[in-house]
Design a protein around this ligand. Sequence first.
Ligand code: I3P
Length: 95
Amino acid sequence: MEGMLCRKHEMESHSKKAATRSWQNVYYGKSASNGIPYHGEVPISLGDAVCEVANGYKKRKFVFKLSRLGDGKEFLFQAKDEAEMSAWISSIISS
Ligand code: I3P
């Protein structure tokens, strides 16, 4: 799956909040699966990650959360609607 999402980096590790916390539009393309950096960002492995609707986050709608269990990194992503959010979650879970 490819497309634009609004992203917020929430946690840098289990006990440390991320330093840069603003929402940013990020394009997610298939190059990630080849390990190719995008805008200087190296793709991260989702091997030990949990992806779920961010029910606790009330400031925006259609937000889902990606948490890496190993290192505690956590990101929020905002999709444009419910259907797009569900499609992203399914795609990430099955990747
Ligand atoms: C952040 C920005 C984020 C906000 C975050 C701020 O400031 O306003 O939108 O998160 O709050 O730190 P900056 O742009 O100066 O980095 P929310 O949209 O979720 O409120 P937070 O640190 O309380 O997460």
